[in-house]
Write a protein that binds this ligand. Sequence first.
Ligand SMILES: [Zn+2]
Length: 219
Amino acid sequence: MEIIEVQYNWANGFIPRATTDAIVLHHAESPRCTAQDVHRWHLDNGWAGIGYHYFVAKDGTVYRGRPRDVVGAHVENHNWHTIGICAEGNYHPSDRIPVDTQMPVVQKNSIVGLCHELLTVYSGAQILGHRDLLATACPGEYFPLVEIQQAVRNGQNIQEVLSMFPDTNGHWAAQDIEWLRQKGIIKGDEQGNFRPDQPITRAEVVSLLARTLRTLGVQ
Ligand SMILES: [Zn+2]
């Protein structure tokens, strides 16, 4: 999994983390923000800088926060034994800020993939929501915590979760659909679904043929 390195100006040094038995999931409580925004907010708290170890944007890009093996600043009293992952977005009802009622599939898949990768280093670590450790709404009512926990637990399905369109699972054409998806010839809808049994429009046929010919190198 690609992790984008971010240049931060840290206010302090870090303490190495000796134990890691949980990965704690958060939301940024902000519908649009970057890892650098979070870094700035946390500097304003008087902290060393961004308190999370990872920041996952809505487009599924994973950014590094603090170094993986140091004590974070994301869940009071539990920073010494946990890793923190923050998702861009506000996944909790609010009358102050816009609310994200559904997490984009690409963001969800990146969080699952990141947890999966971290579990190869910290085997046996639990996947928790911030609210499992402290009285808080984080990561929010609309954050798909249970779905992510289940996907991570089903290690053998990770590849499917990461790549295939969720609605082609078990379809008779699933293998061919997945093959063409990997070649970039077919794409899903905004929800990340393929809708394998829906009719195709004339415009869709044209763009499908164009993508195929381009893939074959036709000028
Ligand atoms: Zn939180």
